[in-house]
Design a protein around this ligand. Structure first.
Ligand code: SF4
Length: 322
């Protein structure tokens, strides 16, 4: 969007944002749980900055901070571990949201906390996994996707051994692609060449970063600390085996257990069609609220909050002139 690639390529190629932004797929009820925990007087609640503006059903974490809650932006989960060490009388919670890319550092934080005997550090975990989401999209009756640019950073950690069965079963090319404009164009070229020659294979465009086996050290620490669990994706719904939760050996570090935050489900605002945007069925400008009742300053849905969100990208780079 930023470099106008979608406008430069032939019209026959329709680029669709998938559920590729962790902020955008975090369900409303988890944001509500974060808000409930962050509002407690004994808690220091730590998060990456972009989660603070994601709307819950009533308010966001910034509102909790404005009302006096101790909500802090950190740049690494290890900073939250340091806070727990220096504040032994407070509970320090880190909002561990992300794909496979952020799971190793979060796992490392838990291992460090255990090594240091910190009983006042927990994670509020919402980790999601890319391949099950790709399969959910491909198996949907509404699916329009004919090829994938698989995220290069996820594959840098996980490798791409999980993709050949998907490519074969659903007959789609999957090209592991980097993030520079030339990477995207090269990924598209490889994808289109496969479609035009009737192939459905996995190719690695981002070989300067991605090895087929990924980063085994990172995978090992993730395996130690987390286990595969079902997850509810905002806008997409429940997907089996699509997330990571703390394994039984580390459940003492689970903020949901520590604070007993109630399981409750919350409906998305009826006006927001971000679920359809995330599934590639609609584009953001097709939403009646886009750019009027929903803007990055006053977002109705998570895809308008994160700079990686589809609605925010369209707002920033493709807003029609008024
Ligand atoms: S423009 Fe706003 S209301 Fe519409 S889909 Fe995007 S986030 Fe939801």
């Amino acid at each position: 969007m930023r470099f106008g690639l979608d406008q430069l390529i032939p019209e026959a190629i329709n680029l669709i944002h998938g559920p590729g932004c962790p902020v955008c797929v975090t369900p409303l009820e988890l944001v509500d749980k974060a808000i409930e925990i962050a509002g407690r007087p004994d808690v220091i609640f730590c998060s990456f900055g972009d989660m603070l503006r994601v709307p819950g059903s009533q308010k966001d974490l910034l509102a909790v901070k404005a009302a006096g809650g101790d909500v802090r932006i950190v740049y690494s989960p290890l900073d939250a571990v340091k806070l727990a060490r220096s504040n032994p009388n407070r509970e320090v919670v880190f909002f561990a949201v992300g794909f496979e890319t952020t799971a190793p550092a979060n796992a490392m934080a838990v291992v460090h906390a255990r090594q240091q005997g910190l009983a006042n550090f927990t994670l509020l975990v919402f980790h999601v996994l890319v391949p099950p989401a790709m399969e959910a999209i491909l198996s949907s009756p509404q699916n329009r996707v004919q090829g994938f640019l698989a995220a290069g950073h996820v594959c840098t950690v996980m490798g791409f051994a999980e993709y050949p069965p998907l490519a074969q079963r659903y007959r789609v090319p999957i090209v592991v692609t980097g993030f520079e404009p030339v990477d995207i164009l090269h990924g598209l070229l490889l994808c289109v060449q496969q479609l035009e020659t009737g192939r459905a294979e996995v190719e690695n465009q981002y070989a300067r970063s991605v090895r087929p086996e990924g980063n085994r050290t990172a995978q090992e620490i993730v395996r130690q600390v987390f286990q595969v669990v079902p997850r509810k994706w905002r806008g997409v719904g429940n997907i089996p085996k699509s997330g990571l939760g703390l394994s039984p050996a580390f459940e003492a570090f689970d903020a949901e257990r520590r604070f007993g935050v109630a399981d409750h489900t919350v409906e998305e605002p009826a006006e927001c069609i971000s679920g359809l945007v995330l599934q590639g069925v609609k584009k953001p400008p097709e939403c009646p609220a886009f750019g009027s009742r929903c803007t990055p300053e006053h977002p109705l849905g998570a895809t308008m909050v994160s700079s990686e969100g589809a609605c925010a990208a369209y707002y920033r780079y493709r807003r029609p002139a008024r």
